[in-house]
Design a protein around this ligand. Structure first.
Ligand code: DQA
Length: 138
C-alpha cells in the first residue's frame, strides 16, 4: 500500500468558510473522509500548517520515505524560496496542487516557487485537483 501525504499551507484550514465563491463550501476534514473512501489503496495522511518553517520541517520529515506528496502551499507558493528549496531537496515526488486557477487570478499568483521542483502541477479543478493528484500515484 502506498503512503501518501497531503500538505496544505496557510488559510486552507478555513476551507468551507473562506471565500467560498473561489474555494467552495466544503471543509477539508469532510473532503478528506471522501478521499480516504475513494482511495482505499492508499494510506493517506494529512498535515496543515499556517507556518512556513513547519511546512519545510514536514517536507524534510516525510520526504525521503513517503511514496508521494500532494502539496498545496497556498500563499507560500508565490513567496517561499524556502519551501521551493525543500521540495528540490527531498527525494519523494511532489505534485503541486491549487484549488483555483492561479493563472486566471492576480499577477502575484502567477509566480510559483514550487513548480520548477514539482513532478507535476494540477490546478483549477476545485477540490478535485487533490483527487487528480492522488490518482496520479495509482
Ligand atoms: C491556492 C491559491 C493561492 O494563490 C492562495 O494563496 C491560496 C490557495 C489555491 O488552492 O487555489 O491560499 O493555493
Amino acid at each position: 500500500m502506498k503512503n501518501i501525504i497531503i500538505i496544505n499551507g496557510p488559510n486552507l484550514n478555513l476551507l468551507g468558510k473562506r471565500q467560498p465563491e473561489i474555494y467552495g463550501h466544503k471543509d477539508f476534514d469532510n473532503f478528506l473522509i471522501d478521499l480516504k473512501t475513494k482511495f482505499q489503496n492508499f494510506n493517506i495522511t494529512y498535515y496543515q500548517s499556517n507556518i512556513e518553517g513547519e511546512i519545510i520541517d514536514k517536507l524534510h520529515e516525510v520526504g525521503f520515505d513517503i511514496d508521494g506528496i500532494v502539496l498545496n502551499a497556498a500563499a507560500y507558493t508565490h513567496t517561499s524560496i524556502g519551501i521551493g528549496d525543500a521540495v528540490a531537496s527531498i527525494a519523494s515526488p511532489v505534485i503541486e496542487v491549487h484549488i483555483s486557477n492561479t493563472y486566471a487570478r492576480e499577477d502575484f499568483r502567477h509566480k510559483s516557487y514550487i513548480s520548477p521542483n514539482a513532478k507535476a502541477i494540477i490546478l483549477g479543478f476545485g477540490l478535485k485537483s487533490y483527487e487528480l493528484a492522488l490518482s496520479s500515484f495509482e
